[in-house]
Design a protein around this ligand. Structure first.
Ligand code: NAD
Ligand code: USQ
Length: 382
C-alpha cells in the first residue's frame, strides 16, 4: 500500500514515515520545510540536531534498503500538490502538514492569518485533489483534542447523541477551541466532514492529545535519523518542556494553577495509532473520529512527576507557577473517551518512570544546545 505522509519532516510525521516504511508500506514524504523556516525566523532550535531531509532519507535507505520518495513543496499551492499526488499515486494520505503551535498562532494578526490560511487552505486543496483524482483514497488527518475545549460533560469521540424536544439525533460534538491554531483544526474538521457527506470521500480525523517522548525504534537507529524535540515557549509542549527544563536546572514552568488537564500520548503510540487507522480504513462517505491519547494528566501533576523522576537521578527540580499567558480554565472537569483505537488493538505505552528517566537523560545529553532565553513564554493571549 502506498502512503503519502504530508508533514513528514516534522516531529510526528518523521517518526511515522520511518515506522510505516519499516512495516513494509511504500512511503512518500511531502513537506514544504516551512517549519525549519519558522524556527529560523523566530531564532528557535530543536534540542536535537536534525539533519537535512535528503540526508535523513539517504541514511534510512543505506541502513534498511528502503527508499522513501520526497516531494518538497507547499500544499497551499494546488498545482504542486496535484502534480505530486499524480506522480506518487497514494492509496492513503496521512496529513500532518500544518502550523501546529497555539502560541505561534496567537503572536499577532499575521500569525493567526498565516496559521488559518496554511492549515485550512492546505486541507481544502487536499480534499479537492482527492475528489478529482483519487476519490477512493483514505485521508488520515491529524486533528487535536483541543478542538473540544474543556466542557463540563464527558467528551465523546467526534459525535454526541442529543435528545431535544422529544426528538433524537447523533451530531458533531460541540467545539470550543482555545487558540487560533486550535480553531483552524475545527475548520478543517468541518470541511473534511462536508467532503465525506457531500462527495462520498473517506476520512479519519485523529484528535490527538499532547505528544511526548522522542525515541522510536526507527529514529533511534542512527544519529542522522534523530527526531526533533522542541523545548521553546512557542513550539515546545508541556511534558517535553518540563523534562528539558529539569535537565538544565530551570524551574518547571507551570502556567497558572496547573489544574489544566489534557490527553497525552507517547510518540511510539502516535505512529501505531496512525498505522491502525490506515490498516482499518473509513468507509466511503464516512467521516470517522478517533480520540488519540492514552492517559489524562493535569500539567501540575506532570510537573510533580518530572520533579520526582529528576530527584531520583540527582537533579534538583523546582516548580514555578507563572502567571498564565493563556486564557484557559485552570481547574475543570475533563473526561474524554478514547476507546476507538483501543478497540482496534492499540497497546499503549503508559507514562512510566523509565520513560521519564530516558527523556531526562536524553535532555542531559544535548543540554549544551539549550538557549535559556527561549524557555519562558513570550506570547500572551490577552
Ligand atoms: P511539526 O511542526 O513538527 O511538523 C509539521 C510539518 O508540516 C513540518 O515539517 C512543516 O514543514 C510541514 N508543513 C506545515 N505546513 C505545510 C504546508 N502548507 N505544506 C507542506 N508542509 C507543511 O508538527 P508536529 O508536532 O509533527 O505535528 C504534526 C501534526 O500533528 C499537526 O497537524 C498537529 O496539529 C498535530 N498534533 C501534534 C501534536 C503534538 O503534540 N506535537 C499533538 C496533537 C496534534
Ligand atoms: N503549559 C504549561 N506550561 C508550559 C507549557 C504548557 O503549564 O510550559 C500548559 C498550557 O497552558 C496548556 C497545557 O499545558 O494548558 C498544554 O499546552 P502545550 O503547549 O503542551 O500544548 P497545546 O498548546 O495544547 O498544543 C499541543 C500541540 C498541538 C496539539 C495539542 C494537543 O502543540 O499541535 O494540537 O498539543 S491538545 O492539547 O490536546 O489540543
Amino acid at each position: 500500500m502506498k502512503v503519502l505522509v504530508i508533514g513528514g519532516d516534522g516531529y510526528c510525521g518523521w517518526a511515522t514515515a520511518l515506522y510505516l516504511s519499516n512495516q513494509g508500506y511504500e512511503v512518500g514524504i511531502l513537506d514544504s520545510l516551512v517549519r525549519r523556516h519558522w524556527d529560523l525566523e523566530l531564532c528557535l532550535e530543536t534540542l536535537t540536531p536534525i539533519a537535512p531531509i535528503q540526508q535523513r532519507l539517504q541514511r534510512w535507505q543505506d541502513l534498511t534498503g528502503k527508499a522513501i520518495d520526497l516531494f518538497i513543496g507547499d500544499i497551499t499551492n494546488y498545482t504542486f500538490l496535484e502534480k505530486s499526488l499524480l506522480q506518487f499515486q497514494p492509496d492513503t494520505i496521512v496529513h500532518f502538514g500544518e502550523q501546529r503551535s497555539a502560541p505561534f498562532s496567537m503572536i499577532d494578526r499575521e500569525h493567526a492569518v498565516l496559521t488559518q490560511v496554511n492549515n485550512v487552505v492546505g486541507t481544502l486543496n487536499l480534499l479537492y485533489a482527492i475528489r478529482e483524482h483519487f476519490p477512493d483514497c483514505h485521508l488520515v488527518k491529524l486533528g487535536t483534542m483541543g478542538e473540544y475545549g474543556t466542557p463540563n460533560i464527558d467528551i465523546e469521540e467526534g459525535y454526541i447523541t442529543i435528545e431535544h424536544n422529544g426528538r433524537k439525533d447523533t451530531l458533531p460534538y460541540p467545539k470550543q477551541p482555545g487558540s487560533m491554531y486550535h480553531l483552524s483544526k475545527v475548520h478543517d474538521s468541518h470541511n473534511i466532514h462536508f467532503a465525506c457527506r457531500i462527495w462520498g470521500l473517506r476520512a479519519t480525523d485523529l484528535n490527538q492529545g499532547v505528544v511526548y517522548g522522542v525515541l522510536t525504534d526507527e529514529t533511534g537507529m542512527d544519529e542522522l535519523l534523530i527526531n526533533r524535540l522542541d523545548y521553546d515557549g512557542i513550539f515546545g509542549t508541556a511534558l517535553n518542556r518540563f523534562c528539558i527544563q529539569a535537565a538544565i536546572g530551570h524551574p518547571l514552568t507551570v502556567y497558572g494553577k496547573g489544574g489544566q488537564t489534557r490527553g497525552f500520548l507517547d510518540i511510539r503510540d502516535t505512529v501505531r495509532c496512525v498505522e491502525l487507522a490506515i490498516a482499518n480504513p473509513a468507509n466511503p462517505g464516512e467521516f470517522r473520529v478517533f480520540n488519540q491519547f492514552t492517559e489524562q494528566f493535569s500539567v501540575g501533576d506532570l510537573a510533580l512527576m518530572v520533579k520526582k523522576a529528576g530527584n531520583s537521578i540527582d537533579l534538583n527540580v523546582e516548580i514555578h507557577h507563572l502567571d498564565n499567558p493563556r486564557v484557559e480554565k485552570e481547574e475543570h472537569y475533563f473526561n474524554a473517551k478514547n476507546t476507538n483505537l483501543l478497540d482496534l488493538g492499540l497497546q499503549p505505552h503508559y507514562l512510566s518512570d523509565s520513560l521519564l528517566d530516558s527523556l531526562l537523560n536524553f535532555a542531559i545529553k544535548y543540554q549544551q544546545r539549550v538557549d535559556n532565553n527561549q524557555i519562558l513564554p513570550k506570547v500572551n493571549w490577552r
